[in-house]
Design a protein around this ligand. Structure first.
Ligand code: AMP
Ligand code: TRP
Length: 334
């Protein structure tokens, strides 16, 4: 086991989709075994925008089920929900006092989520990246596997670690590295190849959910937006056609080949023939995950027990690190 320590988080806000699977969860499955890994359902982050309490509980279990069904092994890793470990919120407070307003004001996720009504956004939504830095640094994690969209937050995590270390003349916090994986780090909407596939897009036809059954997957792929030409035969042509490029990217990621190889395989063929192959592939990968998720969701008590055990392991790791931070900052010992 190497000295690398991996932490990653996912918001339990419903509709786990193919982007979450290809951009995050599948990569996490591949990291376990080689590294010490913590995987966290970030429920404290989720409530930065309104969550119905019953839905939040259900979604937390569903995301956990998605990870377990995808092959995350709870015995080898630490799988838990964030609110089980108070040290995240405690360290986040300290980081609220390290990070500067200007740094947070530049975060694109805040700007996107707050939209035109910044004054109406929760304070938590603004401070979100500080809590994310705390998630990572309360374990002194060295590597964070995420999709492209989280890069800016990880840069902020580094800035916070650097400023803390420099303010307190210490080298306590590691400077965390992002781990961004090659293929399909950005899965785009099936309705618009220039927008990210996301939980929050209104149309369910824009995404493939990990809870979709085979028929739904097939229907969504068949209805996915394309253009009138046949399949692209050159990289330039592919890159200038966002929908074709996205579907080929998905095909490549699902079959673990690179996108150019996928392009060559279908060059010049009709979209309908390609889509049928994509349906078969997507169903063969996601079908078994989907049925295992359903099985797990029928036994919420089991999921809760797995998370509680993860929470205990996580607390044992985080508490001594937080105690050292309190000491560095100058708080009296308890
Ligand atoms: P979120 O759903 O925003 O909590 O994201 C959870 C994880 O999935 C993060 O690592 C994201 O980077 C990743 N992710 C979310 N949407 C996509 C997407 N459309 N393509 C690739 N990765 C994504
Ligand atoms: N902000 C991440 C997202 O929306 C989720 C997250 C919270 C996270 N804390 C984290 C990811 C720590 C990696 C590490 O996807």
């Amino acid at each position: 086991m190497s000295a690398k320590r991996i932490f990653s988080g996912i918001q339990p806000t419903g509709n786990l989709h193919l982007g979450n699977y290809l951009g995050a969860i599948r990569n996490w499955v591949r990291l376990q075994g080689d590294y010490q890994c913590l995987f966290c359902m970030v429920d404290l982050h989720a409530i930065t925008v309104w969550q119905d309490p019953a839905e939040l509980r259900r979604n937390t279990r569903e995301v956990a089920a998605g990870m377990l069904a995808s092959g995350i092994q709870p015995e080898k890793n630490i799988l838990f929900n964030q609110s089980l470990v108070p040290a995240h919120a405690e360290l986040a407070w300290i980081f609220n006092c390290v990070a500067r307003m200007g740094w947070l004001g530049r975060m694109t996720q805040f700007k996107e989520k707050a939209g035109k009504h910044k004054e109406n956004a929760s304070v938590g939504l603004f401070a979100y990246p500080n809590l994310m830095a705390a998630d990572i640094l309360v374990y002194k994690a060295t590597h964070v596997p995420v999709g492209e969209d989280q890069k800016q937050h990880l840069e902020l995590t580094r800035d916070i670690a650097l400023k803390f270390n420099s303010d307190y003349k210490t080298d306590f916090f590691p400077i965390t590295e992002p781990l961004i994986f090659g293929a399909a780090t950005r899965v785009m909407s099936l309705r618009d190849g220039t927008r990210k596939m996301s939980k929050s897009e209104e149309s369910d036809y824009s995404r493939i959910n990990m809870t979709d059954d085979a028929d739904t997957i097939a229907q969504k792929i068949r209805k996915a937006k394309t253009d009138p030409d046949n399949m692209p035969a050159t990289v330039e042509n592919m890159e200038s056609r966002p929908e074709a490029s996205n579907l080929l990217g998905i095909y490549a990621a699902l079959s673990d080949i690179d996108k150019e190889a996928a392009m060559r395989q279908f060059a010049g063929r009709q979209f309908s023939a390609f889509k049928q192959e994509l349906v078969d592939l997507a169903v063969s990968v996601l079908g078994p995950i989907n049925s295992e998720m359903k099985r797990l969701m029928d036994d919420p008590g089991h999921i809760d027990a797995v998370l509680r055990q993860g929470g205990e392991k996580a607390r044992a790791m985080a508490e001594p690190i937080l105690a050292q931070v309190y000491d560095i900052v100058g708080f009296l010992k308890p």
